[in-house]
Structure formats: structure tokens, C-alpha cells
Design a protein around this ligand. Structure first.
Ligand SMILES: Cc1ncc(COP(=O)(O)O)c(C=O)c1O
Length: 436
């Protein structure tokens, strides 16, 4: 079968995510037959450089031999067992290794499958912590303007992306937003750090009057990804941590997209030298192989649930919580960080890409070229409301999988990208910009 047949069958039978399905009358789906490294191959033999790491999940390339072998080996031992009342080696090892990466400060790992579930868990745990410790009025959440935390009802309640949220507004719990420290919003002459401090002051002002009713502040540290790869100075995180401490408000770090090395350090919070109360990971956690998320937390939170009374416990569950196959993929992914010295090697790749990308940064159609870790973004000056769709289609012609967010083009490539592949990515993107 070639592409055409798969496309027809898929639009008949599969309701695709985040998609107005009618768009596929004009824009064909791309059926993928296999992947290798940064490349995805369709059934007609065309290839695409996965510059978005398949929705930001892939770290060490498609069909990575190390992760493949780990999942295969686990498959022959144990595919799954419920985690209530039972445990298994991969989930223990993974929890120990993740806790060690936080310097032992976040030693309790609660698992789920998707990012949004990890956020739901953090929200519920935070609320329940305050209830268990005699502060039941603390049940509201504050989030950054333009933030994104997932599509389930709780996660969407603390998301601020109107396109995803508006239709469901009557279903959602009210939450508040405070200004985003996105440095593009700085006044002329104001540095990213100055602007971060100004936004932190606004947060302080907000919490000063309302902290009695607020359980937690939810943030995407350093990069608000779905909100257009908006980047901010780590000073915001430092101050947010101090302010949350001062007012007894939990800090939930949503590192679902920016964790696992994406920001340039394993956890984005490291760049501010802070420890949140809850840290959510998913996406890259399993190397982009299997659905896995984790909400990590501190002894303080854990101890508030530890009691003889069952109802003081955290009675939340998902059937596939801590799935052994997903945990084995995650363990192989962590091993690859060590074996390939990924954080250091990414630093060198980032320097190379930045040098190569000056032609993009200075392009007449481009503004706000920005980079944090292994994420690059720039905004294209275009009045075309269909810009994102058209650029996506044009990118495919250049063997690139690019999925602009509005007028923002971004690169979030797998960490295994080579110099030659970086050259191809930059040169072909330049062709796309020149054609505008
Ligand atoms: C920062 C952030 N939080 C939460 C989510 C939701 O994760 P999932 O799509 O796995 O539910 C995403 C997904 O893009 C995200 O980027």
C-alpha cells in the first residue's frame, strides 16, 4: 500500500488529535512507515526531518537501538502489573534515579501516562495537602498568562490558550493568571531580567492579597512552549520560589515539555537553583517511546498524606500507572544521557546551530530569534492567517517536519541531530523564508 490508501482509511476511521478534520480535504495526512534517527519515512519513500521531535517527545532518535533493546528485554519479563499493592524493578529504579537527579530533594514519584494527567495529579495533591494540613480554603490555582498545561478538564482550567480553552469554558474551574515573563513583552531598554523582575513583582502583589485561598502557582519553567515558545529569564523562577515560600503557596513546575534536558539542563529549574513542590515530567521521559508521566514531590508533601486514615491518602490511580515497558524505555533513556554525555553534547550542538542560523535570525521576515537549550524559535512577520498551515505544507516539500505555532517557527530536534542535519534544517528553512 502507498500513502494514498492509508490516508483514505485513516480519515475514515481515525479521529486525529488537535485537528479540524475537514482540513484534511485540503491538507493530506502523512502516513509514516518507519523512523530512524531524526528521520521519518512515508510509504512513498519520502523522508522528513522531524524538527519537532514528534510533539517534543523524542530525544535520542526514532528506533533508537538502545531503547529498542531495553523495551524488548522487558517485554520478555513483565509487560504490566498494577502498581497498587504491587511493585516491580523498572519503576523502583526509575524513581530512585529521578530522585537522585533532584539531589534527593524530590524523593517521591507518582506515575501516570500523559502530561495532562501529571498536572491533574499535582493540582489534586496540592489541594489535598492543604486540606490535610488544616487549610481547606486553599483551593484556587494561579498560572502564567499564555501558559499551557494540557487538555483534560483540570489541566485546561490552568491553561491560557484561548483556542483550546474557549469552547470548554463552562466546564472548567475558574483559575487566575498573572503576567507572563516572556521577554518579548519587555519595554524598549528593559532587559529580559528586568522584565522578569517586574512580572515577579506582579505575582507578589497578586499573592499578597489572596494567598489564603491559593493552593499553588503552576508554571512552565523557562519556556512556555505551546504558547509560542515564549522564553523568560531564570530570575523569574528564583523570585517565584521565594514569593511562594513567603505566602505558603505551592510551586508546580510543569517540565513536561522542557524537562529531560530540553532546556539545556536536565531540569529547567536547575538554571534558577530552585526546587519546586511538584515537578511534572512526561514526553521525553520515555525517550518518546511510550506514554509515561510522573509527578515528583517532596518529603513534606508526602508526609502530609502518610497516616492511619485511608482518606488522608492520595487515592488517585490510572490503570497503566508505572507501566514496566514505559519505565524500561525511561531507564534506557536516562542511561543514554550518561553514555552520550547528552547535556554537554547538546551544548556544543546548540552553539553550532546558533552559528549556522544567523541567516535566519537576521532575515528580513524574522523577529525575536531566540534559543534556550535545544529549543529555537523565531516569529515571522506575516499577515497571512493561514501562515502556519502553508509553512507546514511547504516544509514537507523541503523534507522538513515543521509545525509553526501561529507565526512562530520553532526547532525542537531530537538530540541525535548531526551537524549535516543541522545544516540541512537551517538551509531548507532559509529557502522557505526566502519564498515568503
Ligand atoms: C508544558 C506542557 N504541559 C502539559 C502538556 C500535556 O501533555 P500531554 O499532551 O501528554 O497530555 C503539554 C503538551 O504539549 C505541555 O507542553
Amino acid at each position: 500500500m502507498g500513502n494514498q490508501e492509508y490516508v483514505q482509511r485513516s480519515v475514515q476511521a481515525v479521529w486525529h488529535p488537535c485537528t479540524q478534520m475537514k482540513i484534511h480535504e485540503q491538507l493530506p495526512l502523512i502516513p509514516i512507515s518507519r523512523g530512524e534517527g531524526v528521520w521519518l519515512y512515508d510509504f512513498d519513500g519520502k523522508r522528513y526531518l522531524d524538527a519537532v521531535s514528534s510533539w517534543w517527545v523524542n530525544l535520542f532518535g526514532h528506533a533508537n537501538p538502545v531503547i529498542n533493546a531495553a523495551v524488548r528485554a522487558q517485554l520478555d519479563r513483565l509487560e504490566h502489573v498494577m502498581l497498587a499493592g504491587f511493585t516491580h524493578e523498572p519503576v523502583i529504579q526509575l524513581s530512585e534515579q529521578l530522585a537522585a537527579l533532584t539531589g534527593g530533594k524530590m524523593g517521591h514519584c507518582f506515575y501516570a501516562s500523559d502530561g495532562a494527567s501529571a498536572i491533574e495529579i499535582a493540582l489534586k495533591m496540592s489541594f489535598h495537602y492543604w486540606r490535610n494540613t488544616g487549610h481547606p480554603a486553599k483551593r484556587h490555582f494561579v498560572a502564567l498568562a499564555n501558559g499551557y498545561h494540557g487538555e483534560t478538564v483540570g489541566a485546561l482550567s490552568v491553561t491560557d490558550v484561548p483556542l483550546f480553552k474557549e469552547a470548554y469554558a463552562p466546564l472548567l474551574r475558574p483559575s487566575s493568571t498573572v503576567p507572563s515573563p516572556d521577554w518579548r513583552k519587555a519595554e524598549p531598554g528593559e532587559t529580559a531580567r528586568d522584565y522578569a523582575i517586574r512580572c515577579a513583582d506582579a505575582l507578589e502583589h497578586y499573592l499578597r492579597d489572596r494567598h489564603d485561598t491559593i493552593a499553588a502557582l503552576v508554571i512552565e519553567p523557562l519556556i512556555q512552549c505551546a504558547g509560542g515558545m515564549a522564553m523568560h529569564d531564570p530570575e523569574y523562577l528564583r523570585r517565584a520560589r521565594e514569593i511562594c515560600n513567603r505566602y505558603q503557596v505551592h510551586l508546580i513546575a510543569d517540565e513536561i515539555a522542557v524537562g529531560c534536558g530540553r532546556s539545556g539542563t536536565f531540569f529547567a529549574c536547575e538554571q534558577a537553583g530552585i526546587t519546586p513542590d511538584f515537578l511534572c515530567l512526561s514526553k521525553g521521559l520515555s525517550g518518546g517511546y511510550l506514554p509515561l508521566s510522573v509527578t515528583m514531590t517532596t518529603d513534606d508533601v508526602y508526609n502530609a498524606f502518610y497516616a492511619d486514615d485511608v482518606s488522608r491518602g492520595f487515592l488517585h490511580s490510572h490503570s497503566y500507572t508505572g507501566n514496566p515497558l514505559a519505565c524500561s524505555a525511561a531507564l534506557a533513556t536516562l542511561a543514554l544521557f550518561d553514555q552520550t554525555q547528552a547535556i554537554d553534547s547538546n551544548r556544543a550542538k546548540a552553539v553550532y546551530l546558533n552559528t549556522r542560523a544567523t541567516s535566519l535570525a537576521t532575515h528580513r521576515h524574522v523577529e525575536h530569534f531566540r534559543n534556550t537549550g535545544m529549543v529555537w524559535a523565531f516569529d515571522v512577520k506575516s499577515d497571512d492567517p493561514a501562515f502556519a498551515r502553508k509553512l507546514f505544507a511547504a516544509g514537507l516539500q523541503q523534507e522538513l517536519l515543521l509545525r509553526p505555532l501561529g507565526k512562530t517557527i520553532y526547532f525542537m530536534p531530537p538530540y541525535v541531530i548531526t551537524k549535516a542535519e543541522i545544516d540541512l534544517l537551517v538551509d531548507r528553512t532559509l529557502i522557505l523564508l526566502n519564498a515568503l
